[in-house]
Design a protein around this ligand. Structure first.
Ligand code: UD1
Length: 364
């Protein structure tokens, strides 16, 4: 019996860490596989260290490429691995290209597949992650959802109730574990910021950062926000390259009070988010982390696959229009979110629930 856990890109690592550790505790044999979709130290290795994950047992080293190139190259290499190790089950997480590629391979080899974070839907088929989510959930055997809307989406798409398990949000397991340790770093001195007095910005979606009109509109809003508050911006490598290509790097560095930094590790990042005044982002996971932390979140997208963070959390979906971003900023910093964000099963116990389901599926 060998459980193969797949991770490939930055947002996967905090989703596999608690499960890996829980399966270890139960003495279940497992293989940790990293596809190499993300490979920079700051996008990968640092997360393994911060989250207490061991070196992966298998590293596919696929690197960057177009969607087809990346997905295909993961599939070819993962098939070879499956032929050799004969996993008893493959566990995939999230919605990145590695998630879909490994699911297709496993299913075509009749290996049972479990999807952690199943059922999320943005309804936006122009988003590569939405395609990955729908296709993964169409074939995976065990569908593990973070919120009840995930169950509803899967039922609507024709999946059977007995394959769907509402287990809660596994990212909150990592967040809780790391919050206890995140005070041990000196990120506030390094960035010269004071707790509660700055905003955090992250941007990496192609629809924002690869499009000059969208990016200019966001930069205009940031120019005004920077007059009010310091903005810490750990920049994704894709964003840095895009800004240079579009000739917007100067415009970005002219924003008042902006702190442009390299992508941060998990512990440092969680520290600055947990102590921020507001977060502006186009990330998926950050909408959930801010909700749990009761920090206002302004999402620079037109939709979200995590609507529960709007209805039950601190999230506002505003797109990339300058005026809408500024209005949301002005509202958010005044709002009191103390009664928000306590969502069902976002409690740090998700890995235990998933491990039990996998163990019982495998007859343990
Ligand atoms: C991927 C995921 C996205 C996730 C994001 C988090 C897909 C379709 N997208 O998007 O869902 O939110 O990760 O970061 O799987 N690059 C580096 N070093 C790295 C990784 C990437 O320089 O370690 C640069 C490369 O130029 C690369 C570009 O970033 O071409 C984009 O990387 P890629 O993995 O294709 O997609 P992300 O935008 O990171």
């Amino acid at each position: 019996m060998k459980i193969t856990i797949v991770a490939g890109a930055r947002p996967n690592f905090m989703k596999i860490a608690p499960l890996y550790s829980e399966l270890e505790k139960r003495g279940l044999p497992q293989l940790l596989l990293h596809t190499g979709q993300h490979y920079d130290k700051n996008m990968s290795k640092i997360f393994f260290d911060d989250l207490g994950l061991p070196e992966p047992d298998i590293f596919l080293g696929v690197g960057s490429g177009s969607h087809a190139t990346q997905t295909a190259s993961i599939m070819v290499k993962f098939e070879e691995v499956c032929l050799e190790v004969q996993p008893s089950i493959v566990v995939v997480v999230g919605d990145v290209n590695s998630t879909l590629a490994c699911t297709i391979v496993a299913k075509k080899m009749n290996i049972p597949t479990a999807h952690v974070e199943a059922g999320l839907r943005s309804g936006d088929m122009e988003m590569p992650e939405e395609v990955n989510r729908i296709l993964t959930d169409a074939v995976a055997d065990i569908l593990l959802t973070p919120s009840i809307d995930g169950n509803e989406n899967l039922i609507r798409e024709g999946r059977m109730e007995e394959d769907i398990f509402f287990v809660g949000n596994i990212m909150i397991d990592s967040l809780k574990y790391c919050l206890e340790r995140s005070s041990e770093n000196d990120i506030f001195e390094k960035l010269n910021i004071r707790k509660g007095e700055y905003g955090v910005l992250t941007l990496h979606r192609p629809s924002n950062v690869d499009n000059t009109t969208s990016m200019t509109s966001i930069l205009d809003a940031l120019f005004e926000i920077g007059k009010e508050i310091e903005i810490v911006f750990p920049m994704h490598p894709r964003t840095r390259k895009s800004m240079e290509r579009m000739g917007l790097s100067n415009r970005l560095s002219e924003i008042p009070n902006i702190r442009l930094v390299e992508p941060l590790g998990y512990l440092e990042f969680i520290s600055i988010v947990a102590n921020s005044r507001v977060v502006l982002t186009d990330s998926g996971g950050l909408q959930e982390e801010t909700t749990f932390l009761k920090i206002p979140c302004i999402t620079l997208r037109d939709n979200t696959e995590r609507p529960i963070t709007v209805t039950g959390g601190t999230n506002k979906i505003v797109g990339n229009n300058t005026e809408r971003i500024l209005d949301a900023f002005n509202e958010s910093i005044k709002e009191d979110y103390s009664d928000k964000g306590d969502l069902p099963l976002w409690d740090g116990g998700t890995a235990v629930r998933i491990a039990k389901i996998i163990q019982s599926y495998l007859g343990g």
